[in-house]
Design a protein around this ligand. Structure first.
Ligand code: GLN
Length: 245
């Protein structure tokens, strides 16, 4: 077995160590003796979506998003086909916004890929801080760190989770991120996957299933430090009486 992990525009989208998501996917495959490769996909390059099993796309500044918009037009058609054919995607923050119709900043409108029917509007007052979600997809709460000026309206899409602590998609909808087929979009950095091994393995299992046409159960890992990190955030931000809430 072998999985290919694409890292989209790593030079423009790597806020708060989002590259760590790629490392985490790779490492958790290697620890189980499953072969894996990382393919950096530079802006302007042709992207062969047929050769990818997972695509990681991280957070970035408004400026980075504006720079990427032109390159994205070139890959839009193939990217959409990959998503519709159940390709696995992890999109964080700026990437999440660019999968939608547009991101309207204070000064201009950045056109998105329109793969998801969602819209993002900048508003004053950044939504910053640790976040904790409860997701029907995972038994453990999902934790991360968010910092965004954009507010994303997800319409009829299914959210990734309900906000137990933090801001989420708009600051007041009560929901965070979204899941569409095998695409997970979220505002959560951290990086996300090292603190949420269940999310990481969920993406890996989806990718293996798509590639090999059957459920492949991943060998369990001990994950003691991972769950300790996760638990620490959950307890700090959701325990009544905690000085953080
Ligand atoms: N530039 C976008 C915003 O501020 C995304 C930021 C990010 O990726 N953290 O909303």
């Amino acid at each position: 077995m072998k999985l290919s992990i694409g890292h989209l525009y790593p030079e423009l989208f790597n806020l708060y160590g989002d590259r760590g998501n790629v490392r985490c996917l790779l490492k958790r495959l290697q620890w189980r003796g499953i072969e894996a490769e990382v393919i950096p996909l530079a802006a302007g390059e042709k992207v062969d979506f047929n050769g990818l099993d997972i695509l990681c796309w991280g957070g970035g500044s408004d400026r980075g998003q504006e720079m990427a918009a032109g390159y994205l037009k070139e890959i839009r058609k193939d990217f959409k086909a990959y998503v519709e054919e159940d390709g696995v995607v992890l999109a964080v923050c700026a990437a999440y916004q660019l999968l939608g119709n547009y991101y309207r900043t204070e000064k201009k409108t950045i056109e998105g890929l329109g793969i998801l029917d969602i819209c993002t509007q900048w508003k004053p007052g950044r939504l910053v801080g640790n976040a904790v979600l409860e997701s029907p997809l995972f038994s453990t709460p999902v934790v991360g760190f968010e910092n965004h000026g954009g507010r994303t309206e997800i319409g009829d899409h299914t959210p990734l989770g309900r906000v137990l602590f933090g801001h989420g998609n708009t600051g007041n909808s009560g929901y965070e991120g979204l899941v569409y087929k095998n695409l997970f979009a979220t505002y959560l950095h951290g990086p996300l996957l090292p603190k949420n091994p269940e999310v990481c393995d969920g993406l890996l299992e989806r990718a293996l299933k798509r590639k090999y046409g059957k459920e492949i159960e991943l060998e369990p890992l001990s994950d003691i430090p991972e769950y300790r990190a996760n638990r620490n955030i959950v307890e700090r931000y959701t325990t009544p009486g905690s000085r953080h809430i």
